[in-house]
Design a protein around this ligand. Structure first.
Ligand SMILES: NC(=O)CC[C@H](N)C(=O)O
Length: 304
C-alpha cells in the first residue's frame, strides 16, 4: 500500500501548478500550493500515510456530510428534507441562482452552500457556544481524535468576507427555510468550515461512513440508514458540479472542500483522506482528484 500511495503522489505532483488556491477566503492563501498528502485506513485498522500527511488544513465543505449526519440524528428525514432537496444542482457550490428562479426556494441538496446553511440552522442547542461544542464533539467522535478544533484565523477570515454566504442566509431566512437567527446560523456555518483536520482525520471519518456508522474505535456513531443517505449525497453531489465526471473517473462516494481536502469512503473497504490546496476551476483539489483516480484504478475501488 505504501508504494501505491507514493506512486499516487508522484503522478499528481506535476499537475499541482495548474491550479490555484482558494483566495476568496483570504486566510486560505497562506497554504502552500505544493503540499500534497494522503492517508488510507482499512477495516483491519491499518493506517497508511504518504507525503505531507501531517499538515493541518481547514475542512471547509467536507464538514457538510458530517453536519448532515448530525442533523439526521436530531430530526426525522421528513424535517430534514423539508429544508433541503435530494438532487444535484449542477450549479457552482456557492450559487443562489436557483433559490430565486425555482419556487419554493428550497436548496437543491445539503452540500451546496445554501443547503449546508439550512442544515446548520436546525442543529439543536441553547446558544452558539453549545452548538459549537456539540459539533466539535461529533467531529471528534467521527474521526476518533479528541484534539480536533477550530482554526480561529480562518473562521474570522470567513466571517469578515463571507458576503455571498450571508446573502444566501438572508434569502433563506426570507423564504422561511431558516427558522432561527440568521447571523447565528452563519456563524455556526463559518465555524464548521474552519474546523482543522489532517488527511488522517478525513480518512477516519471516511472509514466511519464506509462501515455504515461504526468509527475506527469500534463505536457505533450513526445507524446504517443515515450513513447510506450521507454516502448517497457524497456520490451524487460531493464534488460540486464536477460530481458526474468524478463518478466516471473515480466512482467512490467523496466530498471535497476548498481548503484542499477530500474525504472518500469506499463501502466496507477503506476510508481515504487527501490534501492538496491547489484547486481546479470548480473548486476541487487537483492533487486529490489525480491521486483518487489513480488509487481507484489501481485497487479497483469504483462502486459501479
Ligand atoms: N466549497 C467549499 O469548501 C465552500 C466552503 C466555504 N467555507 C464557503 O462557504 O464558501
Amino acid at each position: 500500500m505504501n508504494d501505491i500511495l507514493n506512486q499516487a503522489i508522484q503522478i499528481a505532483k506535476p499537475n499541482l501548478s495548474k491550479g490555484k488556491l482558494a483566495d476568496y477566503i483570504p486566510e486560505l492563501t497562506k497554504s502552500n500550493p505544493q503540499n500534497i498528502g494522503i492517508c488510507i485506513v482499512d477495516l483491519e485498522k491499518n493506517i497508511y500515510e504518504a507525503g505531507d500527511s501531517n499538515v493541518k488544513f481547514t475542512i471547509q465543505s467536507v464538514s457538510k456530510p458530517i453536519m448532515l449526519a448530525l442533523a439526521l440524528l436530531e430530526y426525522d428525514e421528513e424535517k430534514i428534507f423539508s429544508k433541503v432537496g435530494k438532487e444535484p444542482s449542477g450549479d457552482p457550490f456557492n450559487s443562489y441562482m436557483k433559490l430565486e428562479i425555482v419556487k419554493p426556494s428550497k436548496p437543491y441538496n445539503p452540500f451546496i452552500n445554501a443547503g449546508a446553511i439550512a442544515i446548520a440552522s436546525i442543529i439543536k442547542g441553547e446558544n452558539l457556544q453549545e452548538k459549537e461544542n456539540k459539533i466539535l464533539d461529533f467531529f471528534r467522535k467521527m474521526a476518533c481524535n479528541p484534539d480536533i478544533s477550530i482554526n480561529d484565523s480562518v473562521y474570522k477570515s470567513e466571517k469578515e468576507t463571507g458576503h455571498r454566504n450571508r446573502a444566501i442566509g438572508h434569502i433563506l431566512k426570507n423564504e422561511g427555510i431558516i427558522e432561527g437567527d440568521v447571523e447565528e446560523t452563519l456563524d455556526l456555518y463559518f465555524k464548521q468550515c474552519s474546523i482543522e483536520v489532517t488527511v488522517k482525520d478525513l480518512a477516519l471519518m471516511g472509514l466511519c461512513l464506509a462501515q455504515n456508522g461504526i468509527n475506527y474505535n469500534g463505536e457505533r456513531i450513526l445507524d446504517e440508514k443515515i450513513s447510506k443517505i450521507v454516502k448517497a449525497f457524497m456520490f451524487t453531489c460531493g464534488m460540486y458540479d464536477e460530481s458526474g465526471e468524478y463518478a466516471i473517473n473515480v466512482g467512490i462516494p467523496s466530498k471535497s472542500g476548498v481548503g484542499g481536502g477530500i474525504m472518500a469512503s469506499v463501502p466496507f473497504k477503506y476510508g481515504i483522506g487527501t490534501y492538496s490546496p491547489s484547486l481546479d476551476c470548480k473548486g476541487n483539489s487537483i492533487g486529490g482528484l489525480d491521486m483518487l483516480k489513480f488509487i481507484s484504478e489501481k485497487l479497483n475501488l469504483s462502486i459501479l
